[in-house]
Design a protein around this ligand. Structure first.
Ligand SMILES: NC(=O)c1ccc[n+]([C@@H]2O[C@H](COP(=O)([O-])OP(=O)(O)OC[C@H]3O[C@@H](n4cnc5c(N)ncnc54)[C@H](O)[C@@H]3O)[C@@H](O)[C@H]2O)c1
Length: 387
């Protein structure tokens, strides 16, 4: 039996619950591996934290995240709070010698993300950013196909992350629309995910040219509303939206490949259109998270008359899938990606192995976001190294 790794979870909202669920599932899905122990949970009040601890099986609760960071029984600090809190919490955790698992985007700016990266590297702690879509067995398989040369030389990456979760103008104002708390809008929230996939699959992005747009410029303020799925009263006061609803950019990778990324939080009809098509000299691949258990693969050397995109259902031959099922086509869901992510975190800490995407990878994603924002503001191509 490998060592147990004790978790301190900060935040118990949308993502906090998903992480808590993952910790419980890890020993079932990866029984031979190191186990996470849900030790201590923190939220804004003692009461909220205690309720969450009872619901999620954490042993102890606190209303003060600093207490959690200092706690000697916590090995890894898991940060699932709004974006503006990531930096302060991560730096405190690193200073206390803890490993850090942080939700995306890593920070409000690339400058902050670099400071966090350098602090973690200097302290020698493990870090992981919650870009869970990289953990889908389909994404792992696509990476293998590319790395094995199955698509030939990569020519182009066409990516998108579109959702309509906030397309309704009466969806209330939340922290996601506030620059000081969220940073960028759709680009930092959704775009960061597809940027992280582009970097994972193709490599570093060197240069971007983009535009951003805020279509719904004010939203109703509803007391206590957390955002998704909430409704404001018709007579609610309005508050100005401070970041973009949508962004589009073209880019050049260090490898010489070209690409485009579009992202929108108001894309009517799209629920989880995290999608990408990668074109190579010997083949192509298409994936969308709305069909997250399917890979569409095209091989240029298929016989004439039989060429076309074939559908491959994920199965035991794909990374991590066999831990779930011995049969292809059973299908994983969103939370399973978090289970794989949590497993990789715990294994890397217990076995002192590598972890990806770490803070350095998270910083590179923030750099692309900042470069697109600068490009949009100054209406020119921006080298990512400039920011
Ligand atoms: N990886 C993904 O797919 C994904 C999906 C959604 C959100 N996220 C990221 O997760 C993070 C949280 O988003 P969310 O949707 O869960 O938000 P949320 O608003 O649902 O939850 C935030 C939680 O943090 C708590 N919190 C706020 N301030 C705190 C403080 N000072 N001390 C302790 N707890 C505090 C809140 O009470 C709440 O429990 C964000 O960075 C977001 O970008 C990632």
């Amino acid at each position: 039996m490998k060592q147990d790794v004790r978790i301190g979870l900060i935040g118990t909202g949308f993502m906090g619950r998903s992480h808590a669920m993952a910790y419980h599932a890890v020993p079932f899905i990866f029984p031979a591996a190191a186990r996470p122990v849900p030790e201590l949970v923190a939220d804004v009040s003692e009461e909220a934290a205690r309720a969450a601890a009872e619901a999620t099986g954490f042993r102890r609760a606190t209303g003060d995240w600093r207490e959690l960071v200092r706690d000697p029984a916590v090995d890894v600090v898991d940060i699932t709070t709004p974006n503006s809190l990531h930096k302060e919490m991560a730096l405190a955790a690193i200073a206390a010698g803890k490993h850090v698992y942080c939700e995306k985007p890593l920070a409000l700016t690339a400058t902050d993300a670099l400071e966090m990266t350098q602090a973690a590297e200097a302290a020698g702690v493990k870090t992981l950013v919650g870009f869970n879509f990289l953990k889908n067995p389909a994404a792992g398989m696509i990476k293998r196909i590319i790395d094995d040369g199955g698509l030939g030389d990569i020519v182009h990456f066409r990516g998108a992350f579109d959702q309509d979760a906030l397309a309704d103008p009466s969806a209330p104002f939340s922290w996601r629309f506030e620059r000081a708390v969220a940073g960028a809008g759709a680009l930092g929230d959704l775009g960061a995910h597809i940027i992280s996939l582009a970097q994972y699959l193709i490599g570093d992005i060197d240069e971007v040219s983009g535009q951003i747009n805020t279509r719904i410029t004010e939203r109703p303020v509803a007391g206590g509303a957390a955002g998704y799925g909430d409704k404001a009263a018709p007579d609610a006061p309005m508050r100005a939206v401070e970041n973009e609803d949508e962004a589009q950019f073209i880019m050049r990778f260090a490898s010489g490949a070209t690409g485009t990324i579009e992202t929108s939080r108001i894309a009517t009809g799209r629920k989880l259109w995290l999608s990408y098509e990668i074109t190579g000299t010997a083949g192509a691949v298409f994936f969308t998270q709305e069909r997250m258990n399917e890979i569409k693969l095209y091989r240029a050397d298929d016989p004439a008359g039989q060429q076309g995109f074939r559908t491959i259902l994920t199965g035991p031959a794909h990374p991590h899938y066999a831990n779930y099922f011995p049969i292809p086509g059973m299908g994983l869901g969103y939370n399973d990606q978090k289970v794989i992510e949590a497993h990789e975190l715990i294994e890397a800490i217990a076995g002192d192995g590598p972890l990806y995407p770490d803070f350095r990878a998270g910083w590179k994603t923030c750099r692309v976001v900042d470069a697109v924002l600068r490009s949009a503001e100054e209406r020119r191509w921006v080298r990512v190294g400039e920011v």
